[in-house]
Design a protein around this ligand. Structure first.
Ligand code: FE
Length: 183
């Protein structure tokens, strides 16, 4: 009958271990979440930087975004074709995320797709966008998200021009243009 006390001692040990370790574990997990950083390309710094994830509640987003921006970025909406301010926009500069300001696309990579939405052949860097399968509306598409704030930007299709063959079809309302002097 010696096995019963042994089992009890082991269980007691496990329980004490969990009681001692759990509070610290939660604190560490929270700290990791708070300081979550991603590697992204910065046009200003001309190189890769570590950047903190932008996390806000619905109410906080509603305060900082217009109704249209909120609908597109946070509710995966789509603006009507030819309605957005950047569909027919040709200035030299960089298009940033309207939610968090992350550099997304360069004017050099913008092309006339004829779709009525601003279209690009490539992002500033692969790290500056996040692709995700989107099977809504009975279609198989690839959704493009901001990797820093999680905002919905648009979709990417593989019917774009050379050299990449990609067409990043974006919502103007998800972008914020910043002019840059010509090099
Ligand atoms: Fe963003």
């Amino acid at each position: 009958m010696k096995i019963i006390p042994d089992v009890i001692w082991i269980l007691l040990g496990v329980v004490i271990f969990l009681i001692v370790m759990m509070p610290g574990y939660h604190q560490r997990a929270e700290a990791v979440q708070r300081a979550a950083q991603i590697k992204v390309y910065s046009v200003e710094k001309k190189g890769y930087v570590m950047s903190e994830i932008v996390s806000k509640t619905k109410e906080e987003w509603k305060k900082t975004l217009t109704k249209e921006q909120y609908h597109i970025l946070r509710e995966k909406g789509t603006e009507p074709a030819f309605s957005g301010k950047y569909a027919n926009h040709h200035e030299q500069g960089v298009y940033r995320c309207a939610g968090c300001g992350l550099d997304l696309f360069r004017s050099e990579d913008k092309f006339e797709s004829g779709t009525g939405w601003p279209s690009f052949t490539a992002p500033i860097a692969a790290e500056n966008v996040r692709n995700q399968a989107d099977n809504s509306l009975f279609m198989r598409r690839t959704e493009v998200l901001c990797p820093r704030c999680g905002g919905h930007l648009g979709h990417v299709f593989d019917d774009g021009p050379k050299p990449t063959g990609q067409r990043y079809c974006m919502n103007s309302a998800a972008l914020q243009f910043a002019a840059l002097p010509k090099k």
